[in-house]
Design a binder for this molecule. Structure first.
Ligand SMILES: C[C@H](O)[C@H](O)[C@@H](O)C(=O)CO
Ligand SMILES: [Mn+2]
Length: 418
């Protein structure tokens, strides 16, 4: 059977349940995923005085061909984007500034240092998001930034975050879509603290100063990202989930949930409905923690499907800002972006094809047998045929054909890099 015939038969299977496949595909077309640039160069960035990666995060592997400058990184992103259906966004960190060979410290960064990214995003029809980088820097060597006991160090990082919000606003203004500027800090302690409160008080004060200046939400949205532990902050992380959830609600900014930043049995999918009852928007870093916050490439697993289901069945496609956060240097990096982003989209399509009203009704009626039976049966419905049709319609390779493109790119481009 051709893709078209497969599609027609699959469509009829879903339509028996009253699911409109056309509507599902239309909705999926409007979804923009924020693709993290840092998978392309192992979070190295391009600062003139580049420092080793710190902050309790780690990238393992030495697959050849990583991007060594912004031009290469943009080229690699273009390749990945050509294999992913839809119009998306790129998420930058401050360490991706372009400073013409001059050392510009993080507290002095300005919109002009991201001009090339903005020009490129305009040409590629992309939105941009932003993150201040509070790691890989001598002033973060002891793992403390916005909570540092030294006022001067704290001020340095406060200034960096203020500059970052301005850069985010510049992105939003230039590109006509608000940037999400997300603050994540590594601050914490390896061993049991003797005082948990004082660092948290300082974090609250630092954030209050950073967020003092009002910025038009049409240009910039602010988010804070929590974490349970990192390498070197196993016992205590200042910016915990409770801290940021309370801070975000009180100050009307976004809470960002990274799927790798919780206890391994604690699922972000189970948090989405609660968070959305109290805030209009929520941000995600979708990652794959394997036993710890290992940032493996996102696969089409149970939790990813559950995240897609929670977003779709709660009508939250426009409320949840979906970003990705994984980095694997043991495989082709363009393939890593392609696999992870296609999977994120697949999980949303999977969810868009289920008869949620019917399934919710079964639960309300206490009919848990039918609920379980149907939810299991739908797992083997011909979802793949709809996905293939969508890829074809969106002019990106169907099934694993994208892999040939990546191999060709590796041969012609990546393998020639130092
Ligand atoms: C690059 C980092 O992954 C990112 O800034 C942050 O979002 C994080 O998840 C740290 O664990
Ligand atoms: Mn993250």
């Amino acid at each position: 059977m051709s893709t078209d015939n497969n599609f027609k038969s699959a469509k009829a299977t879903y339509e028996k349940w009253g699911v409109s496949v056309d509507e599902a595909l239309e909705k999926l077309k409007n979804v923009s995923i924020s693709i993290h640039c840092w998978q392309g160069d192992d979070i190295g960035g391009f600062e003139v005085d580049q420092q080793e990666l710190s902050g309790g995060i780690d990238v393992t592997g030495n697959y050849p061909g990583k991007a060594t400058n912004p031009t290469e990184l943009r080229k690699d992103l273009e390749k990945a984007l050509s294999l992913i259906p839809g119009d998306h966004r790129i998420n930058l960190h401050a360490i991706y500034a372009e400073t013409d060979g001059k050392i510009v410290d993080r507290n002095e960064l300005e919109p002009k240092h991201f001009k090339n990214w903005v020009e490129w995003a305009k040409k590629q029809n992309l939105g941009l998001d932003f993150n201040p980088t509070l790691f890989s820097h001598p002033k973060a060597d002891d793992g403390l930034t916005l909570t540092h006991p030294d006022k001067e160090i704290r001020q340095f990082w406060i200034d960096h975050c203020i500059k970052s919000r301005e850069i985010g606003a510049y992105f939003g203004k230039e590109l006509g879509t608000p940037a999400l500027t997300n603050i994540w800090i590594p601050d914490g302690y390896k061993d049991i603290p003797s005082d948990r409160l004082t660092p948290r008080k300082r974090l609250k004060e630092s954030l209050d100063v950073i967020l003092q200046k009002e910025i038009d939400p049409n240009y910039n949205l602010d988010a804070v990202e929590s974490k349970l532990f990192g390498i070197g902050s196993e016992a205590y992380v200042v910016g915990s989930h409770e801290f940021y959830m309370a801070y975000a609600i009180k100050n009307n900014i976004l809470c960002l949930l990274d799927t790798g930043h919780y206890h391994p049995t604690e699922m972000v999918s189970n948090k989405i409905s609660s968070m959305l009852l109290f805030q209009n928007q929520l941000a995600l870093h979708v990652s794959r923690p394997v036993r710890w916050d290992s940032d493996h490439v996102v696969i089409f697993d149970d939790e990813l499907r559950e995240i897609g289901l929670e977003i779709v069945r709660n009508d939250a496609l426009e409320k949840v800002l979906i970003g990705l956060d994984f980095f694997d240097a043991s495989i082709n990096r363009v393939a890593a972006w392609t696999i992870g982003t296609r999977n994120m989209l697949k999980s949303l399509l999977y969810a868009l094809l289920l008869p949620h009203d019917h399934l919710k009704k079964l639960q309300e009626e206490g009919n848990f047998t039918d609920r379980l039976a149907l939810m299991e049966e739908f797992k083997t419905y011909p979802f793949g045929e709809i996905w293939d049709f969508y890829c074809e319609e969106m002019n990106v390779p169907v099934k694993e054909n994208w892999l040939d493109e990546v191999k060709k790119y590796e041969k012609e481009e990546l393998s020639k890099r130092a």
